[in-house]
Write a protein that binds this ligand. Sequence first.
Ligand code: PMV
Length: 337
Amino acid sequence: RGSGAGTATAVAHPNIALVKYWGKRDERLFLPRTDSLSMTLDIFPTTTRVRLAPGAEHDTLTFNGAPATGEARRRIAAFLDLVRERAALGHRAVVDTVNTVPTGAGLASSASGFAALAVAAAAAYGLALDATALSRLARRGSGSASRSLFGDFAVWHAGVSAGTAEQADLSSYAEPVHAAPLDPALVIAVVDAGPKAVSSREAMRRTVGTSPLYEPWAHSSGADLADMRAALGRGDLEAVGEIAERNALGMHATMLAARPAVRYMSPASLTVLDSVLQLRREGTAAYATMDAGPNVKVLCRRADAQRVAAAVRSAVPGRAVHIAGPGPGARLLSEDG
Ligand code: PMV
């Protein structure tokens, strides 16, 4: 299935957290401090093809047609080393990635990227992994990638803290979350598509290490997760939105209190947040969330998405505004090409 021997292609979509992952307890294993919960999108897929290259001395990594460089190259090669170690197969690989989302702008490009790479590389190197094991593997590329293995809503378990590193690693993976029909949409305002000034890795490290607001947020995030599961279970879009918004703004508060502060919000972000408040005053269920960048994602009902998008467009004219719905989990493409 999926490809000829030693070659595999996979596609994955980004996910946006409604209860955020912010902060690691183990940087090497990508173990998070808290559980998180997300919606996988139906736009901005990443497609990745992995072909083994026996005899080659280096990995050949291509990103949107150009050689991958710098930090991206280092992270992909390190991830392939992990797969090689598990497969006990040292071959280098040729990896071609086509990404349709602006990279490094807090639009979850690393989530779709490492989810697609995990699925394609596991298949190319002959590792027979189930969805849980693939989620754990994707986590080692980028924490949020663990959730893109699954469609619709997924929860990523922080996993056990007591015990060995192996037990912790085995217990931290994502799985699908049941939701009653919600018909949600995320309206994504790309207020700035450029790469972020501070990587999420560095920002998390600084927040956990120095922010006096971090521990209170991590604590309240546990309650947010329980409330979020209940709200999804009863299909209560207003509650889902309220919880997502408070969790995200709280996360940004932890960063603003870090030393030195990490601030991803820009004036245009705040303008979009104002337009979301205005929509709510006018009776539309619209709630904002933001990640490690200035872009704002607005959760609303599918039936309201065009109107929400129009309000956001008029708040920040000239910026791209996309409408996403719940999308599929990562998968191998049945024909390699
Ligand atoms: O993409 P990562 O794994 O470096 O982490 C990003 C974390 C946030 O996007 C800010 C929140 C989340 O849960 O996705």
